[in-house]
Write a new protein. Structure first.
Length: 368
C-alpha cells in the first residue's frame, strides 16, 4: 500500500490556505492536515475536504512535538504578514527534520532564508521561502524568455489586483512599507524610493483600462539584480483595480512620509473595512505584467511584454500555485535539491501554464 505524503498547512482555512488545501487534498498520494488557531474553521474545512485538522497557534512552544505527533513531512506556512516575522516556524521544521515552504512576500524574509542553507543541506531538507507570485512566477517568466536576449537590460513588473480585498495579512504586508524608504536597482545602482509612491497610470496591454500602481517592496528587487547580472533596472509596482482605493493608499503613504501618521499598519482593520465598501464597483479583472527590455542575438533592441489576466476575481488565486506545485514535487520525489533558498528558478513557466488551466486566467505575449 502506497504511503501518503503528509502536508500540514498553517493557516489552512485562510484565503490562500484553503485554496492550497483544496488542491492538495485531491492528490491520491498526499494527506492534508489543516492547522490554525480557530478550531471550528479548521474542523469545518477538514470535514469538507475529508482530511484531518489540528488546533495550533504558530507561536506555541511545542511546534516540533506537534509536527512529530502528526507525522508531518512538509509544513506550508500561509501565516503572514511575513514582514518582521521571525523564522521560528522554519526553525521548528528544521528541528523536526521536515520540509518547509512559505508564501512570504517580504523582501528581507525571503532574501535571508539562506541563513539555514548549511543545516538544511546537512539534513537533506527542502526549505523554501517566497513560494508565491513573486519571485516564483516572475522568475519563471524571465527564465522562459531569457534565451532570446544576448543582454537583458530591464525588468519591469507591474501587478494590479481586482477589487476583491485580500486577507488582513496581505493588506498588513502592504501597509508595513507604506511610505517607508527602500531601494530599487535603477541605472545600475541602488536608488531610494518610498512604498506606494511614484504613482503610475500603468497600461496593461490586455486590460480594458489603465491601472494606478505604486512602488512595492518585494523579494524580486533584491534577488533579480544578483540572478541576472546584466540588468540595469529592476522595478516592481502594484495596486488595486479601484482607482480611488489606490490613490487613497498613495495619500496615506505621504501622510506616513510626512510623519502625520505614525504607523499605518495600526489602522489595518479600518482600511480593510473601507476597501470592502468599494468592492462592488470593480470589474473582477486582475493583471500582472512582466516587461523585459534588452538586446537580441542580432544586436537589435527587443522588448517582450508578458501578461496574465485573471477574470471573475480569479487573480488572487495565482499566488497559491507555487506551493501546490512544489508540494506535489516533494510528494512525488521529483525534487532532489536540498538547502534553504527562495522559490526563484524552481518552477518553469510551462509548469505554471499547466496549472492555470484550472482557473479563469489567460496569458499573452507581445514582442517588439
Amino acid at each position: 500500500m502506497q504511503q501518503t505524503f503528509k502536508v500540514m498547512i498553517l493557516g489552512g482555512y485562510g484565503n490562500f490556505g484553503q485554496l492550497i488545501a483544496t488542491a492538495l487534498s485531491q492528490e491520491e498520494n498526499i494527506s492534508v492536515i489543516i492547522a490554525g488557531r480557530n478550531e471550528s474553521k479548521a474542523k469545518a474545512l477538514a470535514n469538507q475536504l475529508n482530511c484531518r485538522y489540528v488546533k495550533l497557534d504558530v507561536h506555541q512552544d511545542d511546534l516540533v512535538q506537534t509536527f512529530h505527533a502528526h507525522s508531518v513531512q512538509l509544513v506550508i506556512s500561509t501565516v503572514g504578514p511575513f514582514q518582521n516575522q521571525s523564522y521560528d516556524i522554519a526553525q521548528s521544521a528544521i528541528d523536526a527534520d521536515i520540509h518547509y515552504i512559505d508564501l512570504a512576500d517580504s523582501r528581507e524574509f525571503v532574501e535571508n532564508i539562506v541563513q539555514f542553507d548549511s543545516i538544511a543541506k546537512e539534513k537533506d531538507l527542502f526549505i523554501c521561502s517566497g513560494a508565491s507570485t513573486v519571485p516564483s512566477l516572475s522568475s519563471a517568466v524571465i527564465n522562459h524568455f531569457l534565451s532570446e536576449y544576448s543582454q537583458l537590460n530591464n525588468i519591469d513588473i507591474a501587478l494590479s489586483a481586482s477589487e476583491k480585498v485580500p486577507g488582513i495579512s496581505t493588506l498588513s504586508a502592504v501597509l508595513s512599507y507604506c511610505g517607508q524608504k527602500f531601494t530599487m536597482w535603477k541605472n545600475q545602482q541602488w536608488q531610494e524610493v518610498y512604498g506606494l509612491q511614484n504613482l503610475t497610470h500603468q497600461k496593461f496591454y490586455h486590460l480594458p483600462n489603465k491601472r494606478w500602481v505604486g512602488n512595492c517592496s518585494v523579494p524580486d528587487l533584491a534577488l533579480f539584480p544578483m540572478n541576472y547580472p546584466t540588468v540595469q533596472q529592476v522595478t516592481f509596482k502594484a495596486g488595486v483595480g479601484i482607482s480611488i482605493v489606490q490613490i487613497s493608499s498613495w495619500f496615506v503613504s505621504w501622510l506616513k512620509r510626512c510623519h502625520l501618521i505614525k504607523e499605518p499598519l495600526k489602522h489595518v482593520d479600518l482600511f480593510y473595512k473601507i476597501a470592502q465598501k468599494f468592492e462592488r464597483f470593480g470589474d473582477g479583472l486582475s493583471g500582472m505584467q512582466v516587461k523585459l527590455k534588452g538586446i537580441d542575438h542580432q544586436q537589435q533592441p527587443l522588448t517582450i511584454n508578458w501578461e496574465i489576466i485573471g477574470y471573475d476575481n480569479e487573480g488572487p488565486n495565482i499566488p497559491c500555485f507555487a506551493s501546490i506545485i512544489l508540494a506535489r514535487k516533494l510528494a512525488n520525489q521529483t525534487i532532489i535539491q536540498s538547502g534553504a533558498f527562495s522559490s526563484m528558478n524552481l518552477i518553469t513557466l510551462d509548469e505554471y501554464l499547466a496549472e492555470f488551466n484550472t482557473i479563469n486566467v489567460k496569458t499573452f505575449t507581445d514582442k517588439d
